[in-house]
Each structure stands twice: as structure tokens, then as C-alpha cells.
Design a protein around this ligand. Sequence first.
Ligand SMILES: NC(=O)c1ccc[n+]([C@@H]2O[C@H](COP(=O)([O-])OP(=O)(O)OC[C@H]3O[C@@H](n4cnc5c(N)ncnc54)[C@H](OP(=O)(O)O)[C@@H]3O)[C@@H](O)[C@H]2O)c1
Length: 321
Amino acid sequence: MKGIRINEFGGPEVLKMENIAVPIPAPDEILVKVYASGVNPVDWAIRNGANIRMRSFLTLPMTLGWDAAGTVEAVGSEVTAFRQGDAVYGVPNFPGNGSYAEYCAAKAKQFAFKPQSLSFNEAAGMPLAALTAWTGMFWHGKLQAGQRIFIQGASGGVGSFAVQFAKAMGAYVIGTASTSNLEYLKQLGADEVIDYKTQNFEEILTNVDVVLEASPTRNNDERIKALGVLKEGGIFVSVNTDFPFNEQMTEAAATKKVSGELAVNQPRQDWLTEIAQLIDDGQVKVLISKVYPLEQVAEAHRESETWHVRGKLVLEVKKES
Ligand SMILES: NC(=O)c1ccc[n+]([C@@H]2O[C@H](COP(=O)([O-])OP(=O)(O)OC[C@H]3O[C@@H](n4cnc5c(N)ncnc54)[C@H](OP(=O)(O)O)[C@@H]3O)[C@@H](O)[C@H]2O)c1
């Protein structure tokens, strides 16, 4: 099969189209015929060699891509949830060989039936970002209907889903973006928008129940400012797990009587199924900002590395008939 692999860590030039053996699914895995793969910041972070802690888990050569939509080609002996031909979406094994390829073997429990109303290209833009928003807000942030949530980086892949999920569950949503994306946030359903380039959120907001840091800002001083907008007992959740809280941040949280959580996405089938339902019910939309053919993966990475993609980038692996 054809697939994009890296044989060394480095810039977009290390992404090479190669002929690779079709993977054989383990007993608890499915073999997915990949129609499309999402592109996420983690793809180019791994391509660059990630951090020292993560690097020890990485084996070269490696096929990147941890967001897939396609059809089930084969099932492992223990898999009962899917049959050949089912249309699915989900998160390939991480870290491991991913979805920048015509076929991908992955844990069946990390996949669910694709939302029926979406194309494969649209569905491929969902799993990782949507699950990160879901895990951060509902698992760590314990967000409830009627609560106020402040979402930083609300126009990005994770943030766009976070705004819509929070609205769908009945929360009051405040989001940040740069000027050109404020209207987009309102279209997603945000109740209030803040331009992080021209406004200081800490001078505007109070009484927030949950803060979701879904921006790429990795700065503990900024986090301490965000603690200031929380009410007592509030929860600050960051999805930037590669950038831990420092001592000042932890102390500030204790003084303010709020908690801080780092959220890694949980690739759960039951959540993917709930998310698919929200999509098919018309409560949540997927914005794909651009679809690149697989061959143009280096261009897609360059765009993702700007940190200013509205919605999602997708690689088309196979055209849908
Ligand atoms: N823990 C996990 O499991 C997990 C999974 C996926 C992603 N992540 C992390 O989540 C973060 C968001 O990922 P993503 O895929 O949503 O990225 P993305 O699609 O590139 O979106 C990033 C958003 O951040 C905003 N932004 C850029 N620079 C900013 C700044 N200086 N201050 C405030 N906002 C800024 C941008 O908004 P404007 O364009 O409007 O400026 C953009 O919409 C990343 O840090 C990523 O590493 C974590």
C-alpha cells in the first residue's frame, strides 16, 4: 500500500511517500481502509521528534496520523462490534503507525460508526480534536448545564468542537480568538467572544466555572491570569499536557481554591458514538478549512504549524465514490 512515513525526525521534508506492507490487525484490532486522515499538531510534533519523554516511545520508520475515517476491511478474532464494510471513524494507535496510509490497523475500541451525515473527509477531521474537547470539558472540567465556560483557542480544531459541545449541553460559552475569527465563534454559538490580540480577558471576566486552555499558549503566567476569572471551586483544564503546571501555578490554584487539570484525550468508543449522534442530530458541525491530497502532506503540515487554522485540515487518501 502507499503511505507517508518518516525515517528520521525533522521538518516537513522528512515526510516520504513509500510502499509499505498492509498491516495485519491484532485480535482486538480492525483493519481500516482509510479514506481520509485528519491533521493535528501532534503529527508535526512527533515528526519533529517530540520531547525527550515521548521520544523513548517512538519507533522509526513510522506512519503518522491519529485521526481516521474509512471502512472496515478486516476484523481481528476478538472483535464483535464491527463487520467488513462498516463505515467508521476513530483514533489509530498512539504512538504507533497511523492513518497517513491506505490501510491502518487500530484498536477496535477506539473507533465507532461514522456519523451518517458526514463525508469521510469531514469525519476524519473529528475524532482527536473532538475527543480532546470532550475529555477536557466533561471528564476533567465536569461541565454542567447552566455553568459558564471560558474557552481559549476557541476557533481551532479542539476549540471549535468545545464551543459547540458546551452549547449543546446547555452551558454559557465565552471564547477567545483573533479578530478575523470572532464572527466565526458567534456562528458556532459562543455567547461572548474576546479578541485575545486586543483585549485582556482577566479584566472582563469573573464567575467562570471552567476554563479550557485549548490554545497553543504554553505559559504558566497566562494560566495564573486565567485562574483569576474562576469562581471558588472552579476548574482550570489545559490540554497542553506536554507543558506541566509550575509551582507558582499550583500555589495560585490552591490560594484561589480552584483546581488545575491536564487533559489527554481519551479515545473512547462510547464518546465517539455520542459525538456522532450530536452531528447527525444537527447540533454540532464540522468545519474543514482545507482538504489536501495525501501527496501534499508537507504543505498540510506547514499550514498546521502556523497555529492559525480555522477548524480542521484533512488529507484525502481515497476519493469517495
Ligand atoms: N491533550 C491532548 O490530547 C491534545 C490533543 C489535541 C491537541 N492538543 C493541544 O491542543 C491545542 C490546540 O490544538 P488544535 O488542534 O485545536 O490547534 P489549532 O487547530 O492549530 O488551533 C489553535 C488555535 O489557537 C489560537 N491561537 C493561536 N495562537 C494563539 C495565542 N498566542 N493565544 C491564544 N490563542 C492562540 C488560534 O486562534 P486564531 O487563529 O483565531 O488566532 C487557533 O484557532 C494545541 O496546543 C495542541 O497541542 C492536545
